[in-house]
Design a protein around this ligand. Structure first.
Ligand code: GCO
Ligand code: MG
Length: 405
């Protein structure tokens, strides 16, 4: 079974997505997600100009060989652009293999390890009262694990919070010619967050699992202080408490707090975790299929993590397309080391382009029983939503110094 074409489509049904369509000589079409938020066209070019011409004529069944061909064969390894491109190829080939076998992808990956896939939802508000309303909505949807993000008094609405009153969703990538800018201050944040957890616990009780994303903004010792201050409210996890590049930083955090830690949404491969995993400096790996070299890449990470009792928590923001989310779900249901799945929830217009076989009900997913990945990409619907330039925000300290966003 040979590949006869590989086509890249960039569309924007509410936000940008990069999709790879791989067609075989017997008419099967496999799809892959290569969306890299705010840098979409770089991956599109990598795929279109450098990978697609080499894919044509290759054996569609040779997934591992093709993965290694593009990983080792390019000489320039790793990095978000390369690994998102490799992920798209890998997912499209797994999709084809599972379609050819006439079974949902998770069956090829070993079959079910669990009955349902537990997901956590996003709650946010400009203040604690608005956040509590948002938590209530998530509970009504059936979530029993909720990420809480809140505006900090005296700061801009900031990461994770919709600044527009009445706009329930938070979408960080803003369409326009330049990134928007935010201001942020660690001191007021560190003083305020324990009050937020105290209030939410008081209102919603002890059973609800609460998660929080620090988005790489604290120093290691500030992160340690945050962890300690939140211990009485037993968070499910704190995510990205400090920058992810220097893995040693997490040792400082670990030495001071028993709050579970999650990291890895910006990592691209197993080797990015070479310190965090064996030293057990985290409890959850945040890699998703789309940004870690596909089904092949993510399974390698999870097999390694499992040795150290670290579990999966696949990144599931709206900038991972339904194709990327579906691929994560097939791994979630089949891999023993599953922990939880993030679900930020795509807008309805997204499903005009992506017809999905997965389903979500009362806080849990099913990957669906369609053969393959189970997502059909509608090219003519995609053509109605052309690419729009959009950037993630830039974050600054109060004095204007550029800070981690
Ligand atoms: C998360 C993430 C996202 C990222 C986004 C960047 O935990 O879901 O932090 O919200 O900011 O994916 O593109
Ligand atoms: Mg995050």
């Amino acid at each position: 079974m040979n590949i006869v074409s590989a086509e890249v489509v960039v569309c924007s049904p509410g936000r940008n997505f990069v999709t790879l369509l791989v067609t075989t000589d017997d008419g099967l079409v496999g799809v892959g997600d290569a969306t890299l938020n705010g840098r979409e066209l770089a991956v599109a070019s990598y795929l279109q100009d450098h990978i697609a011409p080499l894919l044509v004529g290759r054996d569609a069944q040779a997934i591992e060989g093709t993965w290694q061909y593009f990983y080792r064969g390019a000489y320039w390894r790793r990095g978000p652009v390369t690994m998102a491109a490799i992920a798209a190829v890998d997912v499209a080939l797994w999709d084809i293999k599972a379609q050819a076998a006439g079974m949902p992808l998770y069956q090829l990956l070993g079959g079910r390890s669990r009955e349902t896939i537990r997901a956590y939802g996003h709650a946010h508000g400009r203040d604690i009262a608005e956040l509590a309303d948002s938590v209530r909505e998530r509970k009504e949807q059936g979530f029993d694990a909720v990420r809480v993000q809140v505006g900090i008094p005296g700061n801009d609405p900031g990461y994770g919070i919709s600044g527009t009153p009445g706009k329930p969703r938070y979408e960080p990538a803003i369409a326009g010619p330049r990134p928007t800018e935010e201001r942020w201050d660690a001191g007021s944040y560190l003083r305020f967050i324990p009050k937020v957890f105290e209030n939410i616990r008081q209102e919603f009780g002890d059973e609800l699992d609460l998660l929080h994303d620090v988005h790489h903004r604290l120093t290691p010792i500030e992160a340690a202080r945050l962890g300690k201050s939140l211990e009485p409210y037993h968070p499910f996890w704190l995510e990205d408490v400090t920058v992810a590049e220097n893995q040693q930083s997490m040792r400082t955090v670990r030495e001071h707090t028993t709050v579970p830690l999650a990291m890895g949404e910006t990592y691209n491969s197993l080797v990015d975790y070479l310190q965090l995993i064996p030293e057990q400096l985290i409890d959850y790996v945040r890699s998703a299929v789309t940004h870690s070299g596909g089904v092949t890449g993510l399974r390698r990470i999870l097999d390694f993590a499992a040795v150290y009792q670290i579990r999966s928590a696949a990144h599931g923001p709206t900038d991972i397309s339904p194709i990327g989310l579906a691929a994560s779900l097939h791994i979630d249901v089949s891999h023993h080391a599953f922990g939880i799945q993030e679900y930020m929830q795509h807008e309805e217009t997204v499903f005009d382009v992506f017809d999905v076989g997965y389903s979500f009900d009362r806080g849990a997913f099913q990957p669906g029983e369609r053969a393959g990945l189970g997502v059909v990409f509608d090219q003519s619907a995609a053509a109605k939503h052309p690419y729009k330039q959009a950037y993630l925000p830039v974050n600054r300290l109060r004095d204007g110094t550029v800070h981690d966003w």
